[in-house]
Design a protein around this ligand. Sequence first.
Ligand code: FAD
Length: 348
Amino acid sequence: MARPDSHGNVLVFIEADHGEVASVSLELVCKARQLADVLDVEVQAGIIGNQLENLTGEILAYGCDTLFMAEDERLTLYETVPYSETFSSIVKRTRPQIVLFGATPIGRDLAPRIASKLKTGLTADCTELKIADHEDKKHNKTYENILYQIRPAFGGNILATIVSPDHQPQMATVREGVMKLSEPSSNNRGVVVSFKPDLIDGDFVNTLVERVVGKRKVNLKAADIIVSGGAGVGSKEDFELIYELASTLGGLVGASRAAVDNGYVSRDHQVGQTGTTVRPKLYIAAGISGCIQHQAGMNQSGKIIAINTDPDAPIFQIAHYRIIGDLNDVIPVIIKAYKSNNREPSGA
Ligand code: FAD
């Protein structure tokens, strides 16, 4: 059995498309920095594509020590076989103890292939990662500085901590928005190691006929203010009240999964474990009970205001301000008060 190599670094797969680094990759570099500092090792990253030079500065600024850059014209767009060949060559070369991927469609395709090639485990959709010691009572063994891979399990009702102490590297995927982005700094000085991957034409088995890129309609991640409605809103028509409050406050509309499933609003508004993870300065939850799967996507918000008729609703346990009442009464009062406080002085 392979034992963890405590000298191995923390490696991040960097996803890039259309000349931009995916935000989840930068978030993972920040998380990798924290883990590497605890372990006293380096943060390394691997980026694959073509003409990537312009992207390297940003990745290093977030705390990457060494960036492996694999360029080839044929790698301009993601393709499973050549990308997994190239990234596993980076893993074999760097022998990391931890490898992190964004839980994006690409990360979800690539990470299991790498894990399978390396005969190691993979924990998908982690919501927290930390370094701690692990005691295996059954075999009377203690492992030092193991990666705790924490994620919701059994429908989100419990948080499971998963470890793979006997296999190397320890691998995890993490969804966008879960890890906090720290401030980039030009003082972070890493190095770029550029190389041409060893690929044959046979690695490229697909022919791209057409590429259709769908645009995300609602960018909840970037919003400072989110007003979310839940099943308690009652109908698609009544959801207009949520839109009205959001537009009054200059925010965006979010929703619980129940509101989406009931057809009140489209799925790209969903916040939570299977929706978007958000960290706005202000999150207003109206008619949302606050199940753990919803909380998983918004409990890092700066301030949370909850409006609910049920004083025992779980959302009140994490809310900074609690309004017990019918949202149909409360929201118009908030809109009116906000508008009258922000009215321009006459003659201005
Ligand atoms: P409810 O739980 O039905 O709550 C409605 C609330 O509205 C109640 O608290 C009620 O008191 C209140 N209310 C009713 N009328 C009014 C009124 N007039 N004024 C004020 N308050 C009122 N859920 C998510 O949200 N996001 C996810 O990403 C997500 N992922 C999931 C993943 C899995 C694997 C599973 C199993 C579930 C997931 N869920 C998710 C579903 C989650 O468990 C809950 O079912 C859902 O969050 C409930 O939505 P809700 O709070 O709007 O509805």
